[in-house]
Design a protein. Structure first.
Length: 114
């Protein structure tokens, strides 16, 4: 059974920064492709950033240059560093792990507002 627990969501002013964390309770974490998704009210869930088992990263266009995904295989952690936050980044952010099957965390709320 894979368990993902996100943390780090908060209320932040535009232009601010947050670091989201995802703790994975899983064996062989290094074999999982990890991603961050987000879902804003009334919108579909969208892929924000992904990191492969080899450390290759991809980002949705709207966050390129502002967000950075990283992973710590020794501690079963994945992070999303978010800088220069905008009101349109407001959403619930979900951690996703994939190795054949997909697994989701419960989400953490990020609100960008003055």
């Amino acid at each position: 059974q894979v368990q993902l627990v996100e943390s780090g969501g908060d209320l932040v002013q535009p232009g601010g920064s947050l670091r989201l964390s995802c703790a994975a309770s899983v064996t062989l974490f290094r074999l999982y492709a990890m991603s961050w998704y987000r879902q804003a009210p009334g919108k579909q869930r969208e892929l924000v950033a992904a990191i492969t088992i080899g450390g290759v990263t991809t980002y949705t266009e709207s966050v390129k240059g502002r967000f950075t995904i990283s992973r710590d295989n020794a501690n079963n952690m994945v992070y999303l560093q978010m800088n220069s936050l905008k009101p349109e980044d407001t959403a619930v952010y979900y951690c996703n792990a994939k190795l054949g099957h997909e697994y989701w965390g419960q989400g953490t709320q990020v609100t960008v507002s003055s």
